[in-house]
Design a protein around this ligand. Structure first.
Ligand SMILES: *[C@@H]1O[C@H](CO)[C@@H](O)[C@H](O)[C@H]1NC(C)=O
Ligand SMILES: *[C@@H]1O[C@H](CO)[C@@H](O)[C@H](O)[C@H]1NC(C)=O
Ligand SMILES: *[C@@H]1O[C@H](CO)[C@@H](O)[C@H](O)[C@H]1NC(C)=O
Ligand SMILES: *[C@@H]1O[C@H](CO)[C@@H](O)[C@H](O)[C@H]1NC(C)=O
Ligand SMILES: *[C@@H]1O[C@H](CO)[C@@H](O)[C@H](O)[C@H]1NC(C)=O
Ligand SMILES: *[C@@H]1O[C@H](CO)[C@@H](O)[C@H](O)[C@H]1NC(C)=O
Length: 564
């Protein structure tokens, strides 16, 4: 029986059809395909997946090779974690899984007498960009994404007046056309950076066949002599030619985030470092995280000496692009805060975790400042988008990935005594082993929470649903007041096979129509209305544990109660 005080959560669902009579291909709407699930680390499926993951990393560091390529256990130390904001014990701690490996070279390094652990501090370099964007979203929200950078950075407003960018778009950036949102999503098309890493810094550039430079031609600033804001950086950088026109194609650039850092300082009247501290690090209690090199290096992972490792490098104005230090514990806390919208509104987070543009690789898109990998085995399974940031600076590599559809994420931090390590082998192992387990858990819980017979007490109306291995719930039977309503819906939609009918969750999963290999369910949904109510809308009422009690079908004006 349904008692009203238990009706605390409402899900809106839709049904989706397949018009292909040969092979049914579920083609859900973009987004989660199952309702939220609970994760308990001692559950059978998750527990054994985590054991397998430990075993896979044990093998990887023992053999130096794995299913996704070679690694260098003699020189690479790393720490990694998986985290979750789902209900269940997995969310009680910063992370639900960790793995650490200390390379022999680090053990013998004079700077690191300890094994790496959950509080070890690595340089996270380019992951800083996520925190820079996050700071802006907390300070102003994304309303400034479409505003020109010249509104917030006076040096560029001045440059826009002086430079003849409209006459000479090859030599000059038209700064009035560059928006804050483009800077935050690698879309401004501006130069990568100025000074830092310029080959003229290397003494042997003549031996490489590069032409000689007079002293005045060598960039005015570099890592040894950092640019100040106005005098050096902008006077030089505003003269740099564009790489592409703004808004046309993704171009990786650290300077974009340097300029965003200056914009944040103009908006707040505070240093970027204190904005970062006040908006994110302080509120989340990320005590092992800092913008510049920590004074206390007792938890530091320094594979060689501080300078060679890139531990002590100061980036000056480029810090908002590349400077930060953190641990897997703190990054797990940060990742969970993003997934759970702790510091932003849910609607802002929904807009943040979306792509802005494609790349030339169909599996990769770009966001603010995410590199988004589209996983999943389309069209057999739904797409699973992983929002990542990755970096290598000095001898450090770092990776963070968020999977909003599953409310989980991972982070991998590494340091190597020879060169910054490739972390793809590690990330691919996590994806291979964790995602299938999560999908399995989602299916099992969807079946337990929603599967079964729902019936009316006053009409001959029933619906029977169950979860199988495909996205969504399979509709076994659907009778409305004595009429086979599966067949009615199939006829309305012009399909032969009434069993190509599945129930999907609009907020967590959805239903799509498959037409000759093209997923266009988003165009077909909500097409058939009866007295204003959609024939594909189903509203489940859940108890406080997330178990369905009943389903309301507004178009049929019935509420069906779930049997035992
Ligand atoms: C790793 O190398 C060992 C020894 O060469 C080999 O037996 C094993 O099959 C390799 N593993 C993978 C996953 O390539
Ligand atoms: C790693 O170190 C071991 C022990 O010193 C050595 O035998 C092995 O050759 C090294 N492997 C590589 C790839 O350098
Ligand atoms: C550095 O941090 C460690 C670990 O948190 C602590 O034990 C030590 O006292 C700190 N050292 C200084 C000089 O603050
Ligand atoms: C989808 O599944 C079918 C049947 O199992 C298989 O033949 C096909 O190769 C799969 N498609 C992809 C893209 O994996
Ligand atoms: C159910 O079907 C009966 C018989 O066709 C019809 O008289 C009645 O109006 C229907 N009731 C509803 C609520 O659909
Ligand atoms: C309900 O309707 C179905 C489909 O028309 C029919 O097979 C079934 O016998 C009916 N049940 C009752 C109890 O009338």
């Amino acid at each position: 029986m349904v008692s009203s005080f238990l009706r605390c959560i409402v899900f809106s669902c839709s049904i989706i059809f397949s018009r292909l009579s040969l092979a049914f291909t579920p083609c859900p709407l973009l987004g989660p395909v199952f309702p939220e699930f609970a994760l308990d680390t001692n559950s059978e499926v998750l527990g054994s997946a985590l054991d397998d993951l430990t075993e896979a990393f044990d093998t990887l560091v023992k053999d130096g090779n794995g299913s996704h390529g070679d690694v260098h256990p003699n020189t690479t130390s790393f720490s990694l974690s998986l985290f979750s904001t789902n209900q269940g014990d997995a969310a009680d701690t910063p992370f639900l899984f960790k793995y650490h490996y200390t390379a022999p070279s680090l053990k013998s390094s004079p700077n690191a007498a300890h094994d790496v652990d959950k509080d070890s501090i690595y340089r996270i370099g380019g992951l800083t960009k996520v925190f820079t964007v996050w700071s802006i979203l907390i300070e102003t929200g994304d309303r400034i994404w479409n505003e020109p950078v010249t509104k917030y950075v006076p040096e560029l407003a001045k440059a826009a007046k002086c430079l003849d960018a409209k006459q000479d778009p090859v030599s000059y950036v038209n700064w009035e056309d560059v928006t804050i949102g483009q800077l935050a999503s690698h879309l401004a098309g501006i130069a990568r950076e100025y000074g830092v890493g310029d080959l003229s810094e290397q003494t042997d550039h003549l031996e490489y066949g590069l032409p000689p430079l007079s002293a005045s031609e060598v960039p005015g600033c570099n890592l040894d002599s950092l640019c100040g804001r106005a005098a050096e950086f902008f006077s030089h950088f505003s003269q740099q030619p564009p790489v592409a026109l703004p808004g046309t194609t993704p171009i990786y650039s650290n300077a974009e985030f340097q300029i965003l850092g200056y914009a944040i300082e103009s908006i707040t009247g505070k240093s970027f470092e204190s904005v970062l501290q006040d908006h994110i690090l302080g509120p989340l209690g990320m005590e092992k995280t800092s913008l510049s090199t920590p004074a206390n290096s007792s938890s530091a992972v320094i594979p060689v000496d501080e300078e060679t490792s890139g531990w002590s490098t100061q980036y000056g104005g480029e810090a908002p692009a590349i400077s930060m230090f953190s641990s897997i514990t703190d990054l797990s806390i940060a990742g969970k805060a993003i997934l759970a919208s702790t510091l932003l509104s849910q609607s802002q987070t929904n807009r943040w975790l979306k792509p802005t543009i494609h790349t030339s690789n169909p599996a990769n898109s770009i966001g603010y400042p995410w590199v988004i990998y589209s996983g999943g085995n389309y069209p057999n399974t739904s797409m699973v988008d992983v929002y990542t940031a990755l970096s290598d600076v000095g001898l450090y590599s770092s990776y963070i990935g968020l999977v909003p559809d599953f409310n989980v994420g991972f982070t991998i931090l590494a340091a190597d005594s020879v060169s910054s390590p490739d972390l793809n082998a590690h990330a691919d192992i996590i994806a291979d082993m964790a995602l299938p387990a999560l999908m399995k858990i989602a299916v099992l819980q969807a079946d337990a929470s929603f599967g079964g017979v729902y019936a009316s007490s006053r009409l001959n109306s029933t619906i029977t649903v169950s979860a199988d291995s495909l996205p969504g719930l399979f509709i076994d039977t659907f009778i409305s007041n004595g009429t086979d309503f599966r067949q009615v819906l199939a006829t309305f939609n012009g399909i032969d096979e009434a069993d190509a009918l599945r129930l999907f969750f609009k907020t967590e999963m959805s239903l799509l129509i498959m037409e000759r290999g093209t997923c266009v369910s988003w165009m077909d949904i909500d097409s058939f209305k009866y007295d204003g109510a959609s024939l594909d809308q189903f509203i489940f009422e859940l108890d406080k544990n997330g178990n369905a009690l009943s389903v309301e079908i507004p178009a049929l004006r019935v509420e069906l109660e779930r049997g035992d």
